[in-house]
Design a protein around this ligand. Structure first.
Ligand code: T4K
Length: 366
């Protein structure tokens, strides 16, 4: 059987059927119904965040989080990272804002706070950092810069579900954090996403934006879209949340075995985990230094593929090399380009056996 980069965690079919049975009785399928509300409450408690608004996917959640902070109206520049999934940057540009690419740190691939201030101009309105692979950004340094310059901070926390920093849910940092609940994530609602935030006034703005701008029964306050999480997906979330500790524990076993086999190998660089972080083991990213290791990232990728094992080059190429963004925005991000050219994310999911991890490592090291 093929080994893909990931395989979604799912509850037993019977458990899901049980959870959706009330929807068949009530015929209430979407528009923030009782299952949505129950799931929202459970998520707020699990993620230890003050408030949450749930969306049809992580991308729409991020797009609307930017809009709800008034940044679309204001216009201007947003400092972000070129080492991310393209969704982060699309969310910025689809709001009419200009992404300004800041380079990343070579050890954990998150935005380098030491390089942010030089990019701030009178047009800068926000910073959108990414907790890439579940590696936590330097949240304190970023907040200090944002406070000094009066900027909003929205974290793309698509990869960071359930992570804590110093015992605090990661969704508490910045003005808002977007979590993705896509099938390929540690936690899924099939498709889905959520915004965690503190400011209660923000809740009604997000609500309007994801529900056509409707307010009450007789008026439409703003030009919103439609990005609501439906009851069936919320039910999947309730089921998966019941098992999340087990999913994360299984992923930890896989990561521990990869670490045993790959750490200390000359020419292989693994992600360094920041101290005081409770991780979620979202991705296993390996940097291959061809000169020292003897094989390039692309050769390892092909050798694995020849054995029906499909790792992924997340995130290659860097965003400012993609056709839709190339040459449009200033770019001085050599570390991001270097990492994008050398990184491979290895298969990692709850059901991946340690025998398969060994087989993957044997091919890599062979
Ligand atoms: N910000 C960041 C930093 C993100 O990484 C993402 C999403 C977002 C924002 C936006 O969040 P969402 O709007 O997606 O909630 C995948 C995912 O579609 C995407 O969610 C994810 N990041 C990105 C990193 O990866 P692809 O194009 O690589 O997906 P795909 O279809 O190739 O699937 C990956 C592997 O998973 C395949 O080998 C097959 C396996 N798979 C996939 C699906 C959908 C399954 O086994 N079952 C499945 O149902 O983008």
């Amino acid at each position: 059987m093929s080994i893909l980069v990931t395989r979604p965690s799912m509850p037993l079919a019977e458990e899901y059927m049980e959870e959706i049975r009330p929807i068949f009785e009530s015929h209430w399928m979407t528009n923030m119904g009782p299952v949505y509300k129950k799931f929202q409450k459970q998520l707020i408690s699990f993620l230890q965040v003050p408030e949450m608004s749930l969306f049809v996917n992580g991308h729409m959640a991020l797009e609307m989080a930017i809009d709800a902070l008034g940044l679309k109206e204001k216009g201007g520049e947003v400092i972000t990272t070129p080492f991310t999934f393209v969704s982060t940057i699309h969310a910025i540009t689809r709001n009419g804002l200009k992404p300004i690419f800041c380079d990343i740190k070579p050890d954990d691939y998150t935005i380098d706070p030491e390089k942010i201030e030089a990019l701030i101009t009178d047009k800068t309105v926000a910073i959108i950092p990414v907790h890439v692979y579940g590696n936590i950004c330097d949240v304190e340094a970023i907040q200090k810069i944002a406070d000094k310059h009066g900027l909003k901070v929205i974290y793309d926390a698509a990869h960071a579900f359930g992570i804590k920093y110093r015992g605090i849910g990661i969704g508490n940092f910045g003005d808002a954090s977007m979590f993705s609940f896509h099938a390929t994530k540690v936690f899924n609602t099939i498709e889905g996403g959520g915004i965690a935030f503190k400011d209660k006034a923000y809740a009604s703005k997000l609500h309007e934006l994801k529900n056509f701008g409707i307010h009450g029964t007789d008026d439409v306050l703003s030009i919103g879209g439609n990005a609501k999480l439906d009851e069936f997906r919320a039910a999947m979330g309730i089921c998966n949340l019941r098992h999340i500790e087990q999913y994360i524990a299984a992923r930890k076993k896989v990561v521990d075995r990869y670490n045993e086999r790959l750490s200390g190998v000359t020419g292989i660089r693994l992600c360094s985990l920041r101290p005081e972080v409770t991780p979620n083991y979202a991705y296993y990213a390996v940097y291959f230094d061809e000169k020292k290791f003897g094989k390039s990232r692309d050769l390892v990728f092909e050798e694995l593929a020849d054995n029906d094992i499909h790792a992924r080059k997340y995130f290659y190429p860097a965003i400012n090399e993609l056709s839709c963004y190339k040459n449009q925005y200033p770019q001085n991000t050599p570390i991001a380009h270097d990492v994008a050219a050398h990184i491979l994310t290895l298969p990692l999911y709850e059901e991946l056996s340690l025998e398969d991890v060994d087989r993957i490592c044997d091919i890599i090291l062979g």
